[in-house]
Structure formats: C-alpha cells, structure tokens
Ligand binder design. Structure first.
Ligand SMILES: Cc1cc2nc3c(=O)[nH]c(=O)nc-3n(C[C@H](O)[C@H](O)[C@H](O)COP(=O)(O)OP(=O)(O)OC[C@H]3O[C@@H](n4cnc5c(N)ncnc54)[C@H](O)[C@@H]3O)c2cc1C
Length: 367
C-alpha cells in the first residue's frame, strides 16, 4: 500500500490550496471530494450569478496566499470564479478524487489509516478541510422539507412574492440577486427579507451591493424580529410557512400576534450551517464547550476545536482548517495558554490556513 505525506479531505478553497501547496513542496498527497465537482460546497450554496468577493478580514495585512485562488477585484460572478479555479487546477496539475467521501481515521504504528467510501489510505498526516455545510434546522412546528436552502433559479420566483429568511451575508446575497432579477424582468412582486433578530449582520461588500440594489428601485421589504413558526398544508394541499412578524404581550398569558403566510416553494432559508463538532468528536479531537467566562465570539454551549497556531488539532498529524473551524476556535499557545480566536469563514482565510498547515506538515516530514 502507498504511504502518503498528507490526505486532504474536501476540495473547497481550503482543500485545493492544500493540494497546490503540497505539490509546490513536493509532498505526496491525495485530495478527496465527496461531491461530483471541485468546489462542490460552493457550487451547492452560492446562488447562480452571485458575485464573489476577495474579502480580507480586518487586521490581516498579507495578500492572498495563493493568488490563483483569489476572487477577482471586479467581483466577477461565481461562474467566472469557477473558470479561474479550473485554470489553477490545470496549472498545478492537481489530481482530485471526486465522489470519494471520508468516513473514518484510525491511528496505528505512528501513522494514520484513513477509510473512505472507496479506499483505505496510509498517511503521515491528514487535513480536515470539509467546510461547515450541515444546514441548521429551521426549528418550526410541522414540516418544512420543501423550503429551499439556496436560490436555485431566480426565474422560479418571478411573479410571486418571495420570502428570504436569515440575517447574514448568504441571505443578503440572495435578496440582492433575486431583487435584481425581478427588476430586470419588470416584476413588481416584493422580496421579503426576514430575520428573527432586530439587527442584520452583513459585511461591507455585501452591504454595498444590497444598498445599490435598493437605490436602483429593488422592491425589498424588511421584516425584523420575524420568527418562522409553523409549516402547514392549506385547504388546497399547498404547503405554507407561517412566520410571526409581530407579538405584543398583553400580560396574563394574552398576546397580540401578527403572522404572514408564504407558499413554501417561495421561501428560501439561508440560516447557516452547523459546525462539524460531531465529526471532531468521532475522531477524538479535543473541543472546549463555550461558557460565558471563556468565549466572547462563540455562543454559550458552542463547542470550539482546539488548534495550535499551525492548525494542528489535539491529535498530532491531524489538522483542521477553513470553514470547518469557523467562526472561532481555541488556540493553544506555545506557553500552554488557551485563547479564543475569531476565524472568519472566507475564501481568504481557508487559503491562508491551508498554506500554514501544509508548510508545517512539510517541516515535520523533511526535518
Ligand atoms: C452564500 C455564500 C456566499 C459566500 N460568499 C463569499 C464571498 O463572496 N467571498 C468569500 O471570501 N467567502 C464567501 N463565502 C464563504 C466561503 O465560501 C467559505 O469561507 C469557503 O468556501 C470555505 O472554504 P473551505 O474549503 O473551508 O470549505 P468548503 O468550501 O465548504 O469546501 C469543503 C468541501 O469539502 C467537501 N466535503 C465535505 N465533507 C466531505 C467528506 N466527508 N469527504 C469528502 N469531501 C467532503 C464538500 O463537498 C466541499 O466541496 C460565502 C459563503 C456562502 C454560503
């Protein structure tokens, strides 16, 4: 059986950057992707035509660690970015094993045996670059199976008011894309944008596009403090989502409530993903449960993985990077202290982590 220097799990920006760096440093690597394409996670979650931003998190001064993976400054759409990725794969002659899903890792005789849906590999190190793409449950009473998690095709929503749920960048992107498509088609039906909180949390680039769309006449209606509650069938057998848009407590158990109801086929829930904490548990990687005293970024009850500054986990030889360790992790510092580190889920960060992790792997292997 061949012995590899590194097995990389997931061919998103983080995993691909690992493969590029491994090839530059002469490491024997395998890049595994469970989907049918490179960047499957992005293909599945970005709306068609979505602009891709080369956002660099606040406080970072270094340019993109691998320039071939940087989205264009012109904010070109995802389809263009994927062409750039294909050119990068070609340039570095990267081999990706598609349709191969990671399942288990075992350590024996100072090395790892990694099991996938198709193969067994022996390797000195592993990089977990599988992102964080487990969708968060909508948490309503009743069924919501037909609620979309991304904008498949704007044309499907022309002529019908559409509800977008979520308070972050993904929801804002969908609202702007959908509004632009409706405006271009002369469709006056609104895009409702609902979030359970009063404040929306979006970054500068997304805010700029959304602001531009509103100024250009986009028909966007904002529902703050709006909570999806019930999924039900109407008398004609059409699935609806009921969202509570207002609640006033009159005391003694009496409440005034206002609701809106949308056909589920015109609801898109961009409510994020859950971290891969259960996978980390299965592999036996140490995590810390956030309590008020420990975490400022992680919410109470969140489990944050422990990583060295080189993105090595509590198991020597296993690294975790990119979306898989966002929005925060616990850094084990050289003096043995722990510190919560903010980790923005961005292409820049995944690529940067990959270069740091693979450089460390090479330094151990060639030592
Ligand atoms: C709607 C949306 C818009 C965004 N817009 C931007 C933007 O404009 N600019 C920006 O910088 N960032 C943006 N982001 C964030 C950016 O996409 C992520 O930070 C980035 O994709 C993280 O890269 P990653 O490689 O860590 O994970 P991913 O891109 O999630 O890649 C992980 C890969 O691993 C694969 N995988 C998962 N499990 C397994 C397994 N068991 N075995 C094998 N393979 C597996 C997945 O199929 C996937 O292809 C956006 C995110 C969303 C959701």
């Amino acid at each position: 059986m061949n012995i590899y220097d590194v097995i990389i799990i997931g061919a998103g920006p983080g995993g691909l950057a690992c493969a590029v760096k491994s090839s530059q440093l002469g490491l024997r690597y395998v890049l595994l992707e469970k989907g049918v394409d490179v960047f499957q996670g992005i293909i599945d979650s970005y709306p068609r035509g979505k602009k891709v931003y080369p956002t660099i998190p606040k406080g970072e001064t270094e340019p993109f660690a691998i320039p071939e993976l940087m989205p264009d400054e012109t904010h070109a759409p995802i389809e263009e970015y994927l062409k750039k990725i294909a050119a990068c794969i070609q340039k570095y002659q990267i081999h990706v094993s598609l349709g191969e899903e990671f399942q288990e890792i075992k350590k024996d005789k100072g090395m790892f045996t990694l099991m996938t849906s198709r193969n067994h590999y022996r390797t000195h190190s592993v990089v977990l670059a599988f992102g964080s793409n487990i969708p968060v449950d909508l948490g309503i009473y009743g069924e919501a199976k037909t609620v979309a998690r991304k904008l498949e095709n704007s044309d499907d929503h022309l002529g019908a008011p559409t509800l977008v749920i979520g308070g972050g960048n993904a929801a804002a992107d969908v609202v702007a894309t959908l509004s632009e498509a409706k405006r271009a088609a002369g469709d006056a039906t609104p895009v409702y944008w609902a979030h359970k909180m009063e404040n929306f949390t979006i970054n500068k680039d997304v805010a700029r596009d959304l602001g531009e769309e509103i100024l250009l006449g986009g028909h966007i209606k904002i529902l703050q403090g709006a909570i999806p509650k019930i999924g039900e069938l109407d008398e004609e057998g059409v699935e609806h989502l009921l969202i509570q848009t207002q609640a006033v407590d009159f005391g003694q158990g009496v409440k005034f409530q206002q609701w809106m109801s949308f056909p589920m086929k015109h609801v898109i829930a961009c409510i994020g993903t859950q971290g891969p904490s259960r996978v980390f548990d299965r592999i036996g990687l140490q995590q810390i449960t956030c309590t008020e005293g420990i975490c400022k970024i992680g919410k109470t009850g969140d489990r944050l993985i422990m990583l060295t500054p080189d993105f090595q986990t509590s198991q020597k030889g296993i690294y975790a990077i990119g979306g898989a360790v966002s929005p925060a992790y616990i850094e084990i510092q050289e003096e043995g202290n722990f510190r919560e580190r903010k980790h923005s889920n961005l292409i820049y960060t995944a690529v940067r982590d990959a270069v740091v992790a693979v450089s460390h792997i090479a330094s151990v292997i060639f030592a």
